[in-house]
Design a binder for this molecule. Structure first.
Ligand code: SF4
Length: 491
């Protein structure tokens, strides 16, 4: 079997990605990928459970984290302005970007002023959200991912499938094949030491020679104008300290009021994300410091639909997210499909609510249905986002949208629901529908009493499971036959 990862890179732009069920189908048939995802999520979940069990005040910590995030959202304008003035006072330059196009052009202008042809990057979901890498390439600037997982994906022409562990769907054998092919190391061994040594020597040259860097942000601190980034490898710290110019791209919701709030947020983030007491590397910096670190520091604050989400009561909680990915690891749907089926950098339950909202409900409309509503995501979320509640709200909005579209009269699902509505509204019609259903299904029922294949919309059900045929008698028929038998006996 070939160890190549994939050359038909998944589409991660929600404006053009296929609907979730279409994208999920080939993945469900890829046993290796599903095995990789199940194994990795199991490992993280086990570590998380152990560390949460040892924290007796875990529920209080969750409540405190949720309260901080909700307070920020209720006062976002105040804290953003405070962040802008503190960061500027510390020597940083703050830019405001209304949407993805504006953010891309701000970043490209800064890099052009620096005469950059290359830029090193720390893992940032927000840059994937604004499709930054293709825009940089089009502007003649080559982006080099320095997070190990992101590097594997970049060299493998692949896309991230998990918020915290982007290459979670790739196994060690596949990593070895990618490095050997792209780094020109035909004899590379597939043990972790050899692979990390290869990545280290590849990246070290970039850290020492590329003078511009792009980062995301885990948190922005309004009080001090600081930016906080947590990571596991130290590559991020190289990006933050060695270049001459650093650009941080952050969603406007990332701000926290006080430095002291990190005490709560960093505890819940590390435990929920990687099952660690604290992240191996926590970098914090405020503006520029002469003789230490970058000489020029820019922060691009990205809105891109967030202010609209903020204005809605139920959906606002989406912005409390701290991107720990605990909801992905716990989600029975994500654990089967992995992240690529979501067609967006934000996968799993948080992606199912965030992506359609960032797209103003014009794209990614299948995502709110990519959930069984089991509630596992809500249970594990360290900031108590009620994801099922938001999913149901988004589904209601989509149904409202569909109600006004003339095309609905050609949609078999809509017509089927209309017919069901009609049948369920009257006992007489319901009885007729039952009889017709029983007659119709006889054509598809095998000798064992099961239906193995249905046509049209019904095929969606039978392609993954069998359906029991309708019984010869309904409960009402059985009951009235029983009652009339009893009456006869009594006579
Ligand atoms: S929704 Fe909650 S569990 Fe999911 S990534 Fe965000 S903070 Fe983590």
């Amino acid at each position: 079997m070939s160890t190549h990862v994939r050359h038909d890179a998944p589409v991660m732009d929600p404006r053009v990605a296929p609907p979730f069920p279409t994208a999920a189908l080939p993945i469900l048939q890829n046993a290796q990928l599903r095995k990789n995802v199940a194994h990795a999520t199991d490992v993280i979940q086990t570590k998380r459970s152990l560390l949460i069990a040892e924290k007796k005040d875990w529920q209080e910590l969750r409540s405190a984290a949720a309260a901080i995030r909700a307070h920020v959202l209720a006062n976002l304008d105040t804290y953003l302005e405070q962040f802008e003035s503190s960061c500027s006072a510390a020597g940083g330059t703050v830019h405001w970007a209304r949407d993805a196009a504006e953010a891309r052009s701000i970043i490209i202008d800064i890099l052009r002023e620096e005469n950059a042809t290359e830029v090193i990057k720390i893992k940032t979901m927000t840059s994937a959200e604004i499709q930054l890498n293709p825009a940089l390439e089009a502007a003649g600037i080559h982006a080099i991912e320095t997070d190990l997982a992101e590097l594997i994906l970049q060299l493998g022409d692949d896309e991230p499938s998990h918020i915290v562990v982007p290459a979670l769907h790739v196994n060690r054998r596949q990593v070895c094949e990618i490095f050997a092919r792209r780094m020109g190391l035909p004899d590379l061994a597939d043990d972790p030491q050899a692979l990390t040594a290869a990545a280290r020597s590849y990246l070290r040259q970039k850290f020492l020679s590329v003078p511009t860097a792009i980062s995301g942000a885990n948190f922005l601190i309004a009080e001090t104008g600081s930016v906080a980034i947590v990571e596991s490898e130290g590559n991020g710290r190289m990006c933050l300290t060695l270049p001459r110019t650093l650009i941080t791209l952050a969603g406007i919701e990332k701000v926290l009021p006080r430095y002291g709030d990190l005490e709560v947020l960093l505890q819940v983030l590390a435990r929920s994300a990687t099952g660690e007491r604290m992240n191996p590397y926590t970098s914090l910096w405020s503006g520029v410091t002469p003789g230490d670190g970058p000489r020029r520091f820019h922060v691009v604050l990205l809105d891109n639909g967030r202010s609209e989400i903020l204005g809605r009561n139920v959906e606002r909680q989406t912005l409390q997210c701290i991107r720990c990915a605990a909801c992905l690891n716990a989600c029975p749907v994500y654990r089967q499909t992995g992240g690529h089926a979501y067609g967006s950098p934000y996968a799993g339950p948080i992606g199912a609510i965030l992506t359609p909202q960032l797209e103003r409900m014009h794209h990614a409309q299948s995502l709110p249905y990519a959930s069984s509503l089991c509630g596992a995501c809500y249970e594990v979320c360290p900031v108590k986002i009620n994801i099922p509640e938001v999913l149901i709200e988004l589904r209601a909005q989509l149904v409202d949208q569909e109600r006004t579209q003339p095309a609905r009269w050609f949609d078999p699902m809509y017509l089927g629901m209309k017919a069901a509505n009609l049948a369920f509204a009257s006992a007489g019609r319901f009885r007729i529908a039952q009889r017709l259903g029983r007659l119709g299904l006889r054509f598809f029922t095998a000798k064992d009493g099961w239906i193995h294949r249905l046509p049209s919309l019904g095929a969606r059900w039978t392609m993954s499971r069998d359906l029991r045929s309708l019984p010869d008698q309904t409960f009402r028929e059985w009951w009235s036959a029983r009652e009339s038998g009893r009456r006869k006996e009594a006579k």
